[in-house]
Design a protein around this ligand. Structure first.
Ligand SMILES: Cc1cc2nc3c(=O)[nH]c(=O)nc-3n(C[C@H](O)[C@H](O)[C@H](O)COP(=O)(O)OP(=O)(O)OC[C@H]3O[C@@H](n4cnc5c(N)ncnc54)[C@H](O)[C@@H]3O)c2cc1C
Length: 465
């Protein structure tokens, strides 16, 4: 059931042609629709699914706070979703862990972040775009587009389970189709990020988990395996009695496991067996799911880390996951999608008003720099010689003050500071990947446990969703 009832008193979308047609009603499409409406443009969003629908990716960054406030959903976020005061990195048995609390580096209220069940969050965002005057149609699957329609606009072909095939006309197309990458695939310009690994993620929700102190406080926990599988597990407390648990591993390791597990468990079951086998490698995870029930079958997401070589053209722009996707280790996807929408929407409006695309170009330029910061950070996470996040601490905590500089850089990055001063951050990340620098920092490390994170990472207890 949706928390946000449908409020569709629309004019007939067939009788209109739009300034902008957006493919996809995820967070990027909805945010773009909202910003474009505020630029005075008419907007049609076409979403192939019936909302609310589930989606992977529940943990958000504090740098989303401003965006939630600006698009007008902050109060709903506070009312409906779990608060996230920080991040915990742990090794598999929990003997080494580090805790990163956003209150250390961001002032109230901007340190506040959230975890959200995506079915409710995405529905809220789409309805918010409707409130701004966008027309958003569900169960409308875009099957083809003509970017060279008569008069210089675009034609968008769709199918709907009841209405059948329809074609909508617009002046400009935004592709926010997520990992379907509608336009990049059509234009044949989707590329892998050469520097990043091909990976597989397997995930599910669990009911009635047993929270440890860190999860009960609202921290996302990342359990890091390292080694050849380059594996990690996320634990995202999306409510007092519901947690999202996902496994991310190297594709080559997953394929090797597939060969072994398929023989015994068959094509349907092997992923679930692999998922459960890997969760069982971690005492931290096993304690949380002891007595908990899996809410649905394991969902698989593979082949991530790609980008569209051409992200905008005469009458189109590609945004969010449809334009690029980076490994989800730092929970950056929703923020990157929403921030891109904010950076690029004024450029689309200016282009449609005056034909000048310089602002659009500028928006994409800023965006690219931010994505580079995230890419560097991901590389640092997987590099054996770089700082291992769980190892940065003593056996059960960190002393923030003794390592102010390094913790500040990492803290700011974990919070989502990808777009301000990106060159300086890239240099800092490069230093942290340098084995000599790592040695120096580790030599500084004293096992000072005075800052029990519960004291430094205070956040409200999980609330009912
Ligand atoms: C394993 C994994 C874990 C993740 N964890 C996190 C996390 O913790 N935090 C975080 O911020 N991000 C996370 N992400 C990333 C996050 O899920 C995405 O970055 C985010 O959903 C991007 O939003 P979007 O609107 O661009 O795409 P989406 O949310 O995917 O929305 C795209 C929409 O387009 C619709 N669509 C697609 N094709 C068509 C078509 N042809 N016609 C009509 N509609 C269409 C789809 O139905 C969908 O609703 C994770 C991703 C993965 C794979």
């Amino acid at each position: 059931m949706s928390l946000f009832p449908d409020q569709s008193e629309y004019p007939d979308p067939m009788n209109m042609s739009y300034d902008v047609i957006i493919i996809g009603g995820g967070p990027t499409g909805s945010t773009t629709a909202t910003f474009l409406r505020r630029e005075g443009l008419s907007v049609l969003v076409l979403e192939k699914m019936k909302y609310p629908r589930e989606h992977v990716g529940e943990s958000m960054l504090p740098f989303c706070y401003d965006l939630f406030e600006e698009v007008g959903v902050l109060e709903q976020m506070k009312a409906h979703f779990t608060r996230k005061p920080g991040v915990t990195f742990s090794n598999a048995d929990g003997s080494r862990s580090s805790h990163w609390c956003f209150t250390k580096i961001l002032e109230e209220p901007y340190c506040l972040s959230f975890h959200a069940r995506r079915s409710l969050f995405d529905d809220m965002m789409l309805n918010n775009a409707r409130k701004e005057g966008a027309i958003a149609l569900e169960e409308v699957h875009v099957t083809d587009v003509d970017l060279n329609a008569p008069g210089g606009g675009v034609l968008v072909k769709t199918t709907h389970p009841v209405d059948g095939e329809r074609t909508y006309a617009g002046r400009f197309l935004v592709d926010a189709s997520g990992q379907d990458c509608f336009l990049a695939k059509k234009l044949g310009n989707q590329k892998p990020f050469e520097r990043l690994h091909v990976r597989l993620a397997l995930s599910s929700h669990w009911a009635n988990p047993k929270y440890n102190a860190s999860l009960a406080n609202g921290n996302i926990t990342i359990v890091h395996f390292g080694g050849d599988k380059l594996g990690w597990i996320w634990l995202i407390p999306i409510g007092p009695d519901r947690i999202s648990i996902g496994l991310a591993i190297n594709m080559s390791y997953a394929q090797e496991q597939r060969r072994i597990l398929m023989k015994e468990h068959g094509p349907r079951e092997w992923q679930k067996v692999l998922y459960l086998n890997e969760l069982a490698q971690s005492d931290v995870v096993m304690q949380v799911i002891d007595g908990a029930e899996m809410c649905w079958e394991v969902v698989s997401n593979g082949d991530f880390s790609y980008y569209a070589e051409q992200k905008y053209g005469d009458n189109f722009a590609i945004l969010g996951d449809a334009g690029a996707f980076l490994d989800p280790i730092f929970s950056s996807g929703i923020f990157l999608g929403m921030k891109s929408a904010k950076l690029v929407s004024p450029g689309i409006a200016e282009y449609l008003h005056s034909g000048d695309n310089s602002r659009l170009k500028e928006g994409y330029g800023i965006m690219e720099k931010g994505y580079k910061v995230v890419e560097d950070l991901i590389l640092a996470f997987y590099e054996p010689s770089a700082m291992a996040f769980p190892e940065l601490a003593g056996s059960d905590g960190i002393s923030h003050d003794q390592f102010e500089a390094i913790y500040t850089i990492y803290h700011m990055l974990l919070a989502g500071d990808f777009f301000n001063d990106s060159e300086r951050y890239r240099k800092a990340i490069a230093a942290l990947r340098d084995p000599e620098m790592v040695k120096k920092y580790l030599a500084l490390k004293k096992h000072d446990l005075e800052d029990d994170f519960i004291q430094v990472c205070q956040g409200p207890l999980l609330q009912e969703v």
